[in-house]
Design a protein around this ligand. Structure first.
Ligand SMILES: Cc1ncc(COP(=O)(O)O)c(C=O)c1O
Length: 393
């Protein structure tokens, strides 16, 4: 029976009969797994590379497998591999798929550490990245492919600047050129179905909404074919990629309530985004659900909802210093990077992002907001006094 997303989040990865009746799967830590005899060890070893079988700690335990089954199901994929961080959910598949002498295409709006990895480690391995405008027309993207282009990397919406990409059209071009499509789908968790839109490798920082409480670091990579699973899983094992079972267990717990947390974040985020949009200090709001966000039409077509992370561009009369004064004046918004937790956050955009393909420039200075689960009226009172500080009042 196909279960709906709320049901999957509650049930996936749980097997109470095998768990002595307990609702939740056990937290299993361990290195060595003991076998009844040599023949049993050999039999398990033959299956363990590609199947969820306990053989040796680094290959995963029941706790990892439970989370992987749940993430694969909610993404609509066939297999998932957990990784030690969201960043390693990006670097592990890039290293697993790419060879020396190959080329990849990366959106200019990519998460900063992904760019750093491409510009340092991949360059050292003889792999070249070309940065493209995330809003590029499919025909113009086609012109960027080379005979050795193996990966089209996408991230939608883009980090800090929130451009929503036309993933189906871009994926079509990539596949016509024999390239794999990678998507950092962290923002779109539960709301963007990667494999229905042409993605081959979907990447998540589970640190964000799945964790939901700002207390874990974890990632996952999801694929939807046996061929991709071999590339991903064998590459991951060769690199010794491992995730803490404690963090996996917390992510499993987070998944059970993620749907209601995301709904609350979406509603509060939209309410505050609309409040900003009506303010005279604001030039425009970079929330994918608002028409002022680049790629809003693709959001409407391809996403079923939003999370609580968006950007605000201020009127050009305000300087970067004015924005810093506003941020420092906010009492309810922590100044910090990771998002998807229960608490509201803010970061300046200007001066923190790097772009090399001429994109990500707006009419004024910008800031990124993550709306948490606080009372909205409290947040608005705080933002109102923050805007007073922006004005120098
Ligand atoms: C879009 C995106 N991808 C990946 C990551 C990396 O996640 P982690 O902090 O778990 O390494 C982040 C973290 O901010 C992110 O925003």
């Amino acid at each position: 029976m196909v279960r709906k997303i709320e049901t999957a989040l509650v049930q996936a990865g749980r097997a109470p009969v095998k768990q002595y009746g307990f609702v939740n799967p056990p937290l299993k830590r361990g290195s060595t797994v003991l076998h009844a005899n040599v023949a049993a060890k050999k039999a398990v070893g033959q299956r363990a590379a590609l199947e969820p079988v306990e053989n040796y700690g680094v290959m995963g335990s029941e706790t990892h497998f439970a989370l992987e089954a749940a993430i694969a199901e909610i993404e609509g994929g066939s297999h998932a591999q957990v990784t030690g961080s969201g960043l390693s959910a990006i670097t592990v598949p890039l290293l697993a798929y790419l060879n020396t002498g190959e080329h990849l295409l990366v959106p200019d709006s990519v998460y900063g550490p992904t760019r750093t990895f491409c510009d340092t480690m991949l360059v050292r391995f003889g792999i070249e990245a070309t940065y493209y405008d995330p809003m590029i027309a499919p025909g113009d993207l086609a012109a960027l492919f080379r005979p050795n282009t193996k990966v089209l990397f996408t991230e939608s919406p883009g980090s800090h600047t929130f451009e929503v990409q036309d993933i189906p059209a871009l994926a079509h071009v990539a596949h016509a050129h024999g390239a794999k499509v990678f998507l950092d789908n962290t923002w779109g968790i539960l709301h963007f179905a990667p494999f229905r839109h042409g993605v081959d490798v979907s990447i998540h920082a589970l640190t964000k909404y799945p964790g939901g409480h700002s207390d874990i670091i974890l990632g996952a990579v999801v694929v939807n074919s046996e061929e991709d699973w071999r590339w991903l899983r064998l590459g991951s094992l060769q690199m010794g990629n491992y995730a803490s079972p404690d963090d996996c267990w917390l992510a499993l717990r987070g998944l059970r309530t993620m749907h209601v947390r995301l709904k609350a974040a979406e509603a509060a985020g939209l309410q505050i985004a609309n409040w900003f949009a009506a303010r005279p200090e604001v030039a425009r709001v970079l929330h994918p659900a608002l028409p002022t966000c680049p790629g809003h039409e693709f959001f409407k077509r391809d996403f079923t909802g939003a999370c609580g992370l968006f950007g605000v561009v201020f009127q050009p009369r305000y300087s970067a210093e004015d924005v810093v004064r506003m941020i420092d004046a906010l009492a309810m918004f922590g100044i910090g990077a990771s998002w998807g937790g229960f608490e509201s956050l803010v970061l300046p955009t200007t001066g923190t992002i790097r772009r090399t393909a001429g994109t990500g420039r707006f009419e004024g200075e910008a800031a990124r907001f993550q709306i948490g689960l606080e009372n909205i009226d409290d947040l608005i009172v705080d933002l109102d006094q923050g805007l007073a500080a922006l004005r120098g009042a």
